[in-house]
Write a protein that binds this ligand. Structure first.
Ligand SMILES: [Cu+2]
Length: 193
């Protein structure tokens, strides 16, 4: 799959380049080419970010989002964590400027539902990714995918762009409102296109 993604991304670049070259020619050709570019970019889009440590934690990492066929897949890799479980959420604002990460606001909850476990009947925040486990060395990987997110689409109940990823020191209890009592914010990135 990775190879295919790379191939498609290359195609986008090549097509865009060709469009620039052809700009001096007819507008008709240009329109046709723009349509082609749009079709390809809708199929696969990938953005990735470095996580920055917050609350004097030293927790770093990388998180990437791939949008493909109506699904968004997230892959996160972290190090510098304390061993054991940690919460990870999407928060409201792509602003990691505060030393404790609170500049990102609360959980991203565009549908105004209670905080909880992803997919539960009583409702859940669209940023309620949940918990993951760091090994004895403080390293962790998490994969998550859903059709309730998009990258830059019109639907603000789905659009991740402009939001933030937050990793917490503590565990999400899926019960405490509206935070899950997950403790301090130890790593942060804005999701910016
Ligand atoms: Cu959070």
């Amino acid at each position: 799959m990775k190879l295919l993604r790379i191939a498609l991304l290359s195609l986008i670049l090549i097509t865009t380049y060709n469009c620039k070259e052809a700009k001096k020619e007819t507008n008709e050709t240009m329109d046709e080419m723009e349509e082609t570019v749009e079709e390809v970019t809708q199929e696969v889009e990938m953005i990735s970010f470095n996580m920055e440590p917050k609350s004097d934690s030293g927790v770093v990492g990388e998180v990437s989002f791939v949008s493909e066929n109506g699904m968004v897949s997230m892959v996160g890799t972290f190090s510098g964590l304390t061993p054991g479980e940690h919460a990870i959420h999407i928060h409201q604002k792509a602003d990691c400027s505060a030393a404790d990460g609170t500049s990102t606001g609360g959980h991203w909850n565009p549908t105004a539902e209670p905080h909880g476990k992803w997919g539960q009947e009583e409702g859940f925040h669209r940023g309620d990714i949940g918990n993951f486990t760091a090994d004895e060395d403080g390293n962790a990987q998490i994969e998550f995918s859903t059709d309730l997110w998009c990258l830059g689409c019109e639907d603000e109940n789905k659009n991740l762009i402009g939001k933030a990823v937050i990793v917490h020191q503590g565990v999400d209890d899926f019960t405490t409102q509206p935070t899950g009592a997950a403790g301090s914010r130890v790593s942060c990135t804005g999701i910016i296109q």
